[in-house]
Design a binder for this molecule. Structure first.
Ligand SMILES: Cc1ncc(COP(=O)(O)O)c(C=O)c1O
Length: 466
């Protein structure tokens, strides 16, 4: 049969490069082989044709390769109820490790009734931005509670976690400034930095000495410097040495920002986050950022810090001033969840115990768990997207739902399965899952994918016969 040379509009060489990327074989150095569209000479380029974009073609090809390997699409699976330690997909029950419901609060009756009461009183929308008639008491109640938990003077909540980072970093920093951030920092921080126009300088993951060196080298005369870290890294489940980063920030006159998205409800004896874990004065950090979508089972983002910082953002940050106020049920749900976190710290202990058990068993079984501390996130690094996709599929077939994290979301060699433990998982669920994981990883490793067949299927000149 004739090879399908033009499938997806990518050249044979471009397909070959992509398959190599997805299987972690050494890269072929052939710049210029990947065909780019040439809008100047393409009559059709005047109208948007998404199928002509290189990224679109890459994704189609990844899907086609996955289908050929018998891996069903692991994205956009429809969960039919609350996704906690268990979930139902397509009428089938799974043990679930793919949700942020860390302390098992989603669907808690107190939270559901708080959200219902907020709807009864204020409706489903505040119908305006907060400065112009969108303010409701529940917004300030939530902000006061978040400031209390973080030990800061004040707090402001915004409608999205990602957009909080984009708008706040994008607005606080400018062209004359520098943003020094962990190389594995969340996309929202990178996007905010790009928006700001500041110079963006990543430092090797967790390396505070490198951060200091880069701050010294790049700190602009007259400009500001922002040092950004996560309290608990979302892909790796590891943590920075906060006291060391505070010292670096102080020595180099940099503002320090800590993203607590995966730290609140997870780290510290009370689950109050990174300051709680390290017992440091929260005032040593200039900007605490967090999201309401993880432990607090709602939706939105926030900044906690000094009164002046919060006042300024409330009149100046475009994503706050020109965006609708948080919906009443979302704000009420987050507030009720935060109050439960304060009253029931045993949820945090149970979460940490379950995650630590998962980590220990996986490590004893010889799996690569990276630098995870086993507080809630445990990655199983497979080093290849194809292997991660096959392993996730094998687990799914055996009743375990876990998300594979694939290229291009992470570099190919960092492809992995990411397990989110929760306080609701039983010890038995953790033990059974790791047993299945060990069995299936051995099986996947012993039956390598036929990359030559994938290449033939995609109509690529075979570079994979080796
Ligand atoms: C570290 C970090 N910051 C920010 C966000 C964005 O939060 P949200 O999903 O609530 O928009 C995420 C999301 O996962 C995250 O992991």
């Amino acid at each position: 049969m004739e090879p399908r040379r033009n499938l997806f509009g990518l050249s044979a060489q471009a397909k070959a490069l992509l398959i190599e990327k997805l299987s972690s074989t050494p890269p072929v150095r052939s710049p210029g082989l990947v065909r780019r569209s040439d809008p100047e000479n393409d009559d059709n380029a005047a109208r948007l044709d998404v199928s002509k974009l290189e990224g679109f073609r890459e994704i189609r090809m990844i899907r086609e390769a996955a289908e050929f390997l018998g891996i069903s699409d692991p994205f956009f699976r429809v969960h039919e109820g609350i996704a906690g330690a268990e979930t139902v997909i397509d009428g089938r029950s799974f043990v679930n490790f793919a949700s942020y419901n860390y302390i098992g609060l989603n669907g808690h009756p107190d939270i559901v009734s708080a959200a219902r009461a907020a709807i009864d009183r204020y409706g489903t929308s505040v119908s305006a931005s907060r400065p112009v008639s969108g303010e409701r008491p529940v917004h300030r109640d939530l902000e006061h509670a978040l400031a209390r938990v973080h030990g800061t003077e004040d707090c402001v909540v915004l409608v999205g976690g990602h957009s909080t980072n984009v708008t706040v970093i994008g607005h606080l920093l400018g062209r004359d400034d520098v943003i020094v951030h962990d190389a594995l920092i969340h996309n929202s921080i990178v996007q905010g930095a790009m928006l700001s126009g500041a110079r963006r300088v990543p430092f090797p993951h967790l390396d505070h000495e490198a951060a200091e060196r880069l701050l010294r080298e790049t700190r602009p005369r007259g400009g500001h410097a922002l040092l950004v870290i996560e309290g608990h890294y979302s892909m790796d489940g590891d943590v920075p040495d906060l006291p060391a980063f505070i010292a670096v920030a102080r020595r180099n006159r940099a503002w320090l920002m800590v993203d607590e998205a995966h730290a609140l409800g997870v780290l510290g004896p009370r689950g109050f986050g990174t300051a709680d874990r390290f017992g440091v004065d929260p005032g040593e950090v200039d900007i605490w950022m967090g999201t309401l979508s993880k432990s607090l089972v709602s939706c939105g983002g926030y900044i906690a810090g000094s009164k002046d910082l919060v006042d300024f953002l409330k009149v100046a940050a475009p994503g706050f001033v020109f965006s609708v106020g948080m919906t009443p049920p979302a704000a009420a749900a987050a507030l009720a969840a935060l109050e439960l976190l304060e009253c029931e710290p045993e949820r945090v202990r149970r979460l940490n115990d379950r995650a630590a058990l998962f980590l220990r068993l996986a490590r004893e079984g010889g799996l690569d768990v990276g630098g995870s501390i086993g507080a809630s996130i445990v990655p199983i690094v497979t080093g290849s997207s194809i292997r991660a996709g096959r392993l996730a599929q094998a687990l799914f077939d055996r009743g375990v739902n876990v998300q594979p994290i694939l290229y291009p979301a992470v570099p190919e060699r960092a492809a992995r399965l990411r397990f989110f433990a929760t306080a609701s998982h039983t010890e038995e669920q953790i033990r059974d899952t790791v047993d299945i994981l060990l069995e299936e990883s051995r099986r996947v490793a012993s039956e390598p994918s036929d990359l030559a067949a994938v290449a033939r299927h995609l109509g690529t000149r075979s570079l994979f016969s080796r």
